[in-house]
Design a protein around this ligand. Structure first.
Ligand code: SF4
Ligand code: SF4
Length: 303
């Protein structure tokens, strides 16, 4: 027989923190394997032994052989009609959706321009791939993952949305997102700010900061061996340059060792939002290269 449990429930049951249960699973103290919908499965005998250790009466097994005449009718999962939107071959993917709507309740922007994570899952299940690819509302999602976090069945909603976005022809990607990706790949940042302008701005802001409140400050660019590599959201040098100074003031007060790269300094990866895996990888790879080139130990992505 198998005992099926959720980490939170078991933590409550045994009066320990949920991280303790996770650690026990990781270390093998609890011999459990992952089951569907964030549940774990363990041998009934192991569960009984655990109860004995804690001096408690075992619950009934949730799954496993049922007494004759009390067999539960198994529910056949609905299978995806189209494999195109399936982000990975996990057989329990959206097939397990209960249509409970918890994802929609958790989404901070559900209802805006028709976005609704439950609808996305249902449409994918029903094979409405073309409708999803053509829908502009799917691009309103910020990929905050609150829907996925709330889903009791662990449906990979964000991966699904990314997959759908990746299927839209690139020249048809709405708004500035794809343009930002192209700019970033060609010019090192989403807004295509030239290197000379960026360096000039950093120098000027550094001088201002030294005069205003941080005597002796100068903006550290390409400092080899600095502890932290700081990336920048191109929106800041473009439209709100003074905002960068808040970070710098904190570093100054903390005596932190940090630097900004003169090349490929963009901290916002729109390859992530547009579902463009190749661009995502390239942009991340450049940051890794900067880390290696400047021999930094830590990375700050203010986004
Ligand atoms: S929360 Fe999960 S199970 Fe419920 S409707 Fe959304 S995707 Fe389906
Ligand atoms: S990831 Fe998208 S759909 Fe999910 S909660 Fe965030 S905005 Fe809503």
């Amino acid at each position: 027989m198998i005992y099926e449990f959720r980490v939170n429930d078991m933590a409550r049951e045994f009066g320990v923190h949920r991280n303790t249960i996770r650690n026990w699973i990781k270390s093998g103290t609890i011999k459990a394997t992952e089951g569907p919908g964030r549940r774990y499965l363990m041998e009934w005998s192991d569960y009984q032994a655990l109860c004995k250790r804690f001096g408690k009466t075992p619950n009934s097994p949730v799954t496993g052989p049922q007494p004759a005449g009390n067999q539960k009718k198994s529910i056949e999962p609905v299978r995806l009609k189209s494999k195109k939107t399936r982000p990975h071959p996990d057989p329990s993917w959206a097939d397990v959706c209960l249509t409970c709507g918890t994802c929609a309740s958790a989404c901070p922007i559900a209802g805006i321009d028709d976005l609704d994570p439950r609808k996305v899952v249902r449409m994918a299940m029903l094979g409405m791939t073309e409708e999803l690819i053509q829908a502009d509302w799917i691009w309103k999602c910020t990929m905050c993952a609150k829907c996925e976090e709330a889903c009791p069945m662990d449906v990979k909603i964000v991966q699904l949305i990314r997959k759908i976005r990746s299927l839209r022809p690139r020249d048809n990607v709405p708004g500035p997102v794809h343009k930002g990706v192209v700019n970033c790949l060609e010019r090192g940042n989403n807004l295509g700010i030239p290197k000379e302008d960026f360096l000039f701005l950093l120098e000027e802001l550094g001088e201002e900061l030294a005069e205003e409140s941080c005597p002796g400050f100068s903006t550290p660019v390409d400092v080899r061996g600095a502890r932290i590599l700081v990336t920048v959201n191109s929106k800041e040098p473009f439209a709100e340059p003074d905002d960068m100074k808040w970070w710098w003031k904190i570093f100054y007060a903390a005596g932190e060792s940090w630097t900004i790269s003169s090349e490929n300094w963009e901290g916002v990866n729109w390859g992530l939002f547009s579902g463009d895996d190749e661009a995502l990888r390239t942009i991340v790879g450049r940051i890794v290269d900067n880390m290696k080139r400047l021999n930094c130990q830590g990375l700050l992505l203010p986004e």
